[in-house]
Design a protein around this ligand. Structure first.
Ligand code: ATP
Length: 353
């Protein structure tokens, strides 16, 4: 699947702005971004439900801009599953085959095989209203895999499930996609879902592609402030400073700034790369704002000047609200961004993971 300079305008508003993306066969790409960033519109254009204002979409070798949705050889799974309430599970799963005119016997054979794959073999005679949310979700998946399309399109398919089921279905989905080897585009605003599922993540904001890469590469080397702040839970701490001649101006942060970093700069560091320490041994110091137990660790938020800085600490940490603590930065895991453009500043050492 290839998008070449694809844009979608609503009047003068660019919902999708010059997006290019080349996917390998069998690849799992997640379009990730906040609400309104244009990810669903991108998906709808691939599906043929919206026409691009400009640009070219190819599935396999074929340009599909003028091909109707039903002839694009793709299967879609949406957030609301789109099941037919009056049909049984078997008929819902078999619907695409019926539309394609597949004879009844073969249809039933393939429905059973697809249902087994999504572990619904025993539910074929039920109607959607007699199923749990997770089971309905699997009916929608079953319907997608009953054919072997060139492309799967999935738009937030797990978002209606409770947290535990979502984690379970996420793993199931990933396994299934690997097994089938079908090229998949998956839309979500959930960065954990993106990181866990994707071969590559395509991060979008305001209609524009911000960065495309393997999850760990994006996590370790975000190409701009937006991506840095969007991936990671809790997100990367970002502090705006002013550097003159290698020295940080202003009282809150002491730091050896690498060569090439100058002027108005945003320093980033992930909570897991920071350490609590005595205020006189630290790069910055402030008051404990909150301490939250996460389970395997504790998140200590410290107020420094106007900034709230999050540090992942040992779960046994004993910090009291209002207490003075210091934060030590790990010089090997610092990120620098130009504050005006938001772009990553590459430095010889320090910023690389
Ligand atoms: P969400 O996660 O909330 O679904 P999204 O990233 O999928 O968000 P899109 O649905 O792709 O966002 O919408 C992108 C932008 O295009 C939004 O700002 C939306 O308001 C705008 N938009 C979508 N459809 C139309 C339309 N028919 N007319 C005008 N603007 C539209």
């Amino acid at each position: 699947m290839t998008l070449s300079s694809v844009s979608k305008f609503w009047g003068a508003f660019a919902a999708v702005d010059d997006v290019s993306l080349d996917m390998a066969d069998g690849e799992f790409v997640v379009l990730l971004g906040p609400s309104g960033c244009g990810k669903s519109t991108t998906m709808r254009m691939i599906a043929g439900l919206d026409d691009p204002t400009s640009g070219e979409i190819r599935i396999g070798e074929r340009v599909v801009n003028d091909v109707p949705p039903g002839e694009r050889d793709l299967a879609m799974v949406f957030q609301n599953y789109g099941l037919y309430p009056h049909m049984t599970v078997a008929d819902n799963i078999g619907y695409p085959l019926k539309v394609a005119g597949v004879p009844r016997d073969e249809r039933m054979r393939r429905v059973r095989a697809a249902a087994e794959r999504v572990e619904l073999g025993e539910y074929l005679d039920r109607r959607p209203s007699q199923l749990s949310g997770g089971q309905r979700q699997r009916v929608a998946l079953g319907r997608a895999i009953v054919r072997t399309p060139k492309l799967f399109l999935m738009d937030e398919p797990l978002s209606n499930l409770d947290a535990k089921l979502r984690v379970y279905m996420r793993a199931e989905l990933k396994h299934l996609q690997r097994e089938l080897g079908t090229t998949t585009v998956y839309v979500t605003h959930d960065q954990v879902e993106a990181m866990t599922l994707a071969d590559r993540v395509a991060v979008m904001s305001k209609g524009k592609l911000q960065q495309v890469g393997r999850p760990l590469d994006i996590y370790n080397r975000p190409s701009n402030v937006f991506v840095a702040g969007f991936l990671g839970n809790p997100p990367m701490n970002l502090i705006t400073i002013h550097v003159t001649g290698g020295r940080v101006e202003g009282a809150h942060l002491t730091l050896d700034v690498p060569a090439g970093v100058n002027g108005s700069v945003t320093v980033g560091q992930r909570p897991e790369d920071m350490r609590l320490d005595a205020p006189d041994r630290a790069n910055m110091a402030g008051e404990v704002y909150t301490t939250e137990l996460l389970g395997d660790s504790a998140l200590v938020t410290v107020k420094i000047g106007k900034d709230l800085i999050s540090v992942k600490a040992d779960k046994e940490v004993e910090t009291r609200m209002g207490e003075q603590v210091g934060i030590r930065l790990d010089p090997k895991h610092l990120h620098f961004f130009d504050t005006a453009s938001g772009k990553r500043i590459d430095v010889a050492n320090g910023a690389a993971p």
